[in-house]
Design a protein around this ligand. Structure first.
Ligand code: UDP
Length: 423
């Protein structure tokens, strides 16, 4: 069975940890890998952003397909809106060259949702949508630049027309119902998966030695896309409030485009007198992260919002307790007082308080760590991919036949169709 995954603005093969490359990229890649291993023929569509081949095989049954839409170079995420018609048309042309149509079109993020809706209609396949982040929710968190009203209007249109919506957490599902009036019967919560073989507890001393960290002494870790919504400023203030001055804080993530925020955080650390305690690592290859999680005593996730929060799950898979904000998906992944702590306020003091508790208590950390690893078994990719496959089957079974679109679907028609997909 052929499945199209649509990830228009960012490639699942892009290096992670940049301002725009994080959880969604790894999610699309890992989900597709697992579906391919189950026997689905999966093509991931992304915009061509460099001198790269149209088709790149990733694994048996799995290919990345780069579609020409706009310049073959990186562009700002917002700019892709102008090229979505061409993108949809490019996908459709590629699909027409294949021996069989796609039976499912699964779009990731609202921009992909517009183009994916068009491909789904043309292929007469159900359109499955996953938003990863929602404009309305980002605006309510009130820390990043405001998302335009237009994004929210378009997201509503995609919600209305989608055949099925996957939410990563029960919380995201509630938000879609409350702010987007999504019909509960269309939605299903399927958590993100995690690679439990890659992310498993490793030897702490060895991991520390590899990273040039002191064998003893407390180590705290933050990992992610370096952007305001992630709340790294709260963590730096929390570390400054700790009694222990020997703490090392590792900040993993950030590329050239995150430089202004990094400079701001460096200044904050200097002004708080803890510059020597904070190590900015820049983006780290995904495969190298287990050493970081295993070297750390606690992983901190102080985000203003997380729709799922893969980093917390990866840390727990490595047996590292997590201190996280009580927001979004973190509420369903971290168990307060069992695998870490959930902090209901977005301010440094309660974070500092719980960090002190864990740093002063190695036995508690070890207990939390063991419980953490056990708790993430439910996110094994095979389990998650089977749930997704069941959702695909239901979407296909429930699909009403499409009107025949007829031939002669030209460039303008694709542009109009992309616009209509957001109404
Ligand atoms: N990540 C990485 N290298 C980095 C920073 C982040 O591989 O330098 C990965 C991290 O392991 C996780 C993802 O990026 O898989 C971030 O996902 P999360 O859900 O925590 O945040 P999002 O990016 O979705 O906001």
């Amino acid at each position: 069975m052929r499945v199209a995954q649509v990830s228009a603005h960012t490639s699942p093969l892009a290096p992670l940890g940049g301002r725009e490359t994080g959880g969604m990229n790894i999610y699309v890649l890992d989900l597709s890998r697992e579906l391919a291993a189950l026997g689905y023929e999966v093509d991931i569509f992304t915009r061509r952003d460099g001198d790269l081949p149209e088709v790149e095989p990733i694994a048996p049954n799995l290919r990345l397909v780069r579609v020409d839409a706009g310049p073959p170079a990186p562009i700002e995420k917002e700019e892709i809106a102008g090229y979505l018609g061409d993108f949809a048309r490019g996908m459709e042309r590629f699909a027409a060259r294949q021996p069989e149509p796609y039976r499912i079109v699964h779009s990731h993020y609202w921009q992909s949702g517009r183009a994916g809706a068009v491909l789904a209609r043309r292929q007469r396949a159900p359109h499955v949508v996953m938003f990863h982040t929602l404009g309305e929710v980002k605006n309510r968190a009130r820390v990043s630049e405001r998302e335009p009203r237009q994004r929210i209007r378009i997201e509503r249109g995609i919600v209305r027309r989608a055949d099925a919506i996957v939410t990563a957490s029960a919380h995201e599902r509630q938000l879609l119902e409350r702010y987007y009036h999504a019909s509960p019967s269309k939605m299903q919560t399927i958590p993100c998966g995690v690679d439990l073989e890659l992310f498993r507890p490793r030897d702490r001393a060895d991991s520390r030695a590899r990273l040039g960290l002191p064998a003893e002494g407390p180590v705290l870790l933050w990992v992610g896309r370096l952007e305001k919504l992630k709340g790294v400023d709260i963590l730096i203030s929390a570390v400054a409030a700790l009694d222990d001055r020997s703490v090392t804080l590792l900040i993993v993530g950030g590329d050239d485009r995150a430089t202004p925020l990094r400079a701001e955080l460096e200044r904050q650390a200097r002004e708080a007198g803890i510059a020597a305690n904070v190590r900015f690592e820049g983006a780290v290859a995904h495969d190298s992260l287990p050493a970081y999680y295993s070297a750390a005593d606690v992983c901190v996730v102080p985000s203003y919002y997380e729709s799922f929060g893969l980093v917390a799950v990866e840390a727990m898979a490595c047996g590292t307790p997590v201190v996280a904000s009580r927001v979004g998906g973190l509420v369903s992944t971290v168990t307060d007082g069992v695998t870490g702590y959930l902090i209901p306020w977005r301010c440094p003091e309660p974070f500092a308080e719980k960090l002190e508790v864990l740093l002063h208590n190695p036995e508690l950390r070890a207990n939390f760590g063991r419980a953490a690893r056990r708790s993430v078994e439910r996110f094994r990719w095979r389990t998650i991919a089977l749930e997704m496959a069941a959702l695909y089957d239901r979407a296909i079974a429930g699909k009403r036949p499409h009107r025949n679109e007829g031939a002669g679907f030209g460039k303008e028609a694709y542009e109009a169709a992309v616009l209509a997909a957001g109404h």
